[in-house]
Ligand binder design. Structure first.
Ligand code: ADP
Length: 296
């Protein structure tokens, strides 16, 4: 279990990126969902001990991550948004090189490890190809392989699915889910579907605060009977916006389809819908939207 308490960070320019974050993250895949600027990367980098917070603690079982950064780095696999590669190297050579850097000095051991990782992330058949020719999805899978060197107990993936096509994204996430059976895997994303598909536990963050933490299923259940939909003429959208809590608008054949949060149908042309995680997400963001008085 990863336990985060009272984590705060204000950048020198006054941006309050993390405001007193408390989170309990169990083993398995944990989705950290939030819009751009919510503080996800700051939180990921802080957990990875790449930057210090102003205050707070992070504990993985008995290990105090912030006080023992050297030990932490040994049990941590970090996958950044875009895993940079040396374009002229092969996958085998790159993993071998990174294994050396991570302290696997025995050549035989390294060879065994690299072969195993290439199979695990399904890049065995392309192991001799130059990385410059790899697709985004292949590069991200190589990123997982590198994060797995050293048998980490904690894997942090910061928006790893940005830029992947649906098939690559699916493949990548399934691979991450397989790994997460035994260890803590934190997946930060602004894509609701990434979390819906695979994360038994999640948190929503906005403006540096935790807006929800728990099981997606439970959050969805709490919205039962409170989400309504209706297609409205485009020109009436602003009038609806002014009087209703609109969770989302989607254009269907050029006409907006509204999802509205309300205890009762706003009028008899609205119909009840089965809520989903997107409704939860936009509902939480709406409830914690910044006060217009704060916006300056
Ligand atoms: P996310 O990953 O959710 O998009 P970030 O953690 O990158 O969020 O950013 C949170 C807030 O902190 C944003 O307002 C961002 O502009 C700001 N921020 C991020 N890094 C820095 C930095 N190095 N210096 C100043 N502000 C930063």
């Amino acid at each position: 279990m990863l336990t985060i308490r009272h984590l705060s960070k204000t950048y020198p320019d006054g941006t309050r990126a993390l405001r007193d974050i408390d989170l309990d993250i169990p083993r398995g895949m944990f989705g950290l969902l939030g819009p751009n600027g919510a503080g996800k990367s700051t939180l990921m980098r802080t957990i990875a001990t790449l930057q210090p917070p102003d205050r707070g603690s992070i504990q993985l079982d008995e290990l105090d991550l912030l006080r023992q950064p050297q030990l932490t780095r040994r049990i941590l696999g970090y996958l950044p948004q875009e895993f940079g590669v040396y374009p002229r190297m092969s996958a085998t050579a790159m993993l071998d090189h990174l294994a050396v850097l991570k302290g696997v000095t025995s050549r035989g051991e390294r060879r065994e490890l690299v072969d195993h990782l290439l199979h695990q992330v399904n890049l065995w058949d392309v192991r001799h190809r130059k990385l410059g020719g790899f697709s985004g999805g292949m590069r991200q899978r190589l990123g997982i392989a590198q994060a797995l060197i050293g048998q980490p107990r904690l894997i942090i993936a910061d928006e790893p699915t940005a830029g992947l096509d649906p098939e690559e994204r699916h493949r990548f996430l399934n691979l991450l889910a397989d790994i997460s059976e035994r260890i803590v895997v934190i997946l930060s994303t602004h894509i609701v579907q990434d979390v819906t598909d695979l994360c038994p536990q999640m948190a929503i963050i906005g403006q540096g605060q935790v807006l929800f933490s728990g099981r997606p299923k439970e959050a969805i259940e709490q919205l039962q009977g409170k989400v309504w939909r209706r297609q409205v003429p485009k020109e009436q959208l602003d009038a609806y916006r002014a009087r209703l809590t609109i969770l989302s608008t989607r254009l269907i054949a050029g006409q907006p389809l509204l999802h509205v949060l309300a205890d009762q149908a706003p009028d008899d042309r609205f119909e009840a819908v089965q809520p989903d995680l997107e409704d939860v997400y936009f509902g939480r963001l709406w409830a914690h939207r910044p006060d217009p008085a704060d916006r300056g």
